[in-house]
Design a protein around this ligand. Structure first.
Ligand code: GLN
Length: 335
């Protein structure tokens, strides 16, 4: 996909993001720039997602000081979908520890679609990474809780702490996906057959489907991302949600596999960890600086928001967020 960044100069940034008025100005420009793009298609494999307004477009930056900068439809609610995987993974890492999640869930990209069954077969039933459906189901299955209700409470309460408010399920989305998620049920049962899931796989799919149906808006995504950018402390509520080590690990996984088989291109152009969802949400994290939340339902072929990617590419360049960009060191200070 062409991310349309040819005219956008690559700034190099260290330390904090630029002050408020500059961000607000760039946010307006990034939004305008990406709004010109009408490529892509709204997801319809979960039938209710096809009802989304294809023109809806919200963009929000939450900095680590708790400042929020918004443009467009930042208060339009949509289902979080796969973006939940990033945050459930962070919660599991907190509960389980670095070594065990590495071994049990894995961190390597499959190079295949998010709902690939072939990827499981090619890897002896190993789920590979927590951002594809197999790994996300394995992750949810390992969350603390003896009963289905306790498992769900752990997931919902944890994601709510990242957002800084109690997140609610969109029951219509949940019901629609629960009636059509045959593929995810097959994936969970396949994982069970390999001994990779120890709970009832259908309970795991049910909790996972609810987690994907949690309602958020672009501002929530920005705050959730800013919590991962801020060493695990939600910069709006001041609450510590996970440790700084867990944030570091979760961001490494997002960099490798947050945009599925397009993760390499994303990192090449944007240079930041990110995670997309099929309802059109996209969260991006600039470590130590800010979270970016975007919502625009038209998707590319891999299931990533088109306008979300273009606007984020613009902001990454203009705000100097790309973690791979540097300027030569000048002995004695700035030239
Ligand atoms: N709930 C969706 C699924 O499991 C999430 C997929 C996504 O956002 N890529 O298919």
């Amino acid at each position: 996909m062409d991310l349309d960044v040819d005219g956008v100069g690559q700034a190099v940034g260290t330390g904090a993001v630029p002050a408020g008025p500059r961000i607000d100005d760039l946010l307006v420009r990034a939004h305008e720039h990406a709004a010109r793009h009408r490529e892509g298609a709204v997801a319809d494999y979960i039938p209710i997602l096809a009802d989304a307004d294809p023109e809806a477009f919200g963009l929000c930056v939450a900095d680590v000081e708790g400042g929020l900068h918004e443009r467009g439809d930042t208060r339009t609610a949509f289902s979080i979908q796969s973006i939940s995987k990033a945050f459930v993974y962070a919660l599991l890492s907190e509960a389980f520890g670095h070594e065990r999640v590495l071994e049990v869930v894995g961190v390597n990209n499959t190079g295949l679609a998010f709902d690939s069954v072939v990827a499981i077969e090619l890897n002896d039933g190993h789920p590979m990474n927590p951002m594809v459906n197999a790994g996300a189901l394995a992750t949810t299955a390992l969350m603390p809780g003896d009963t289905a209700q306790e498992l769900w409470d752990a997931v919902r309460d944890g994601l709510s702490r990242f957002a800084g408010r109690a997140l609610e399920v969109d029951h219509e989305v949940y019901r629609c996906e629960a009636a059509t998620n045959h593929r995810n049920r097959a994936i969970a049962q396949l994982l069970e057959s390999y001994g990779r899931i120890e709970r009832d796989p259908l309970v795991v799919v049910d909790v996972y489907t609810r987690q994907c149906a949690l309602r958020v808006d672009a501002r929530d995504l920005a705050v959730m991302g800013a919590t991962l950018a801020d060493g695990g402390v939600n910069p709006v509520t001041g609450e510590r949600v996970v440790s700084a080590d867990v944030c570091r690990d979760a961001l490494a996984v997002l960099a490798a596999s947050g945009l599925y088989e397009r993760s390499g291109e994303w990192l090449f152009e944007i240079g930041l960890p990110g995670k997309s969802g099929v309802a059109g949400g996209l969260v991006t994290v600039a470590p130590g600086k800010a979270g970016i939340g975007a919502y625009a339902p038209r998707l590319d072929a891999a299931g990533n928001s088109v306008r979300g990617q273009i606007a984020t590419a613009y902001l990454s360049r203009a705000l100097g967020l790309n973690v791979f960009a540097s300027d030569p060191h000048v002995p004695g200070g700035k030239p």
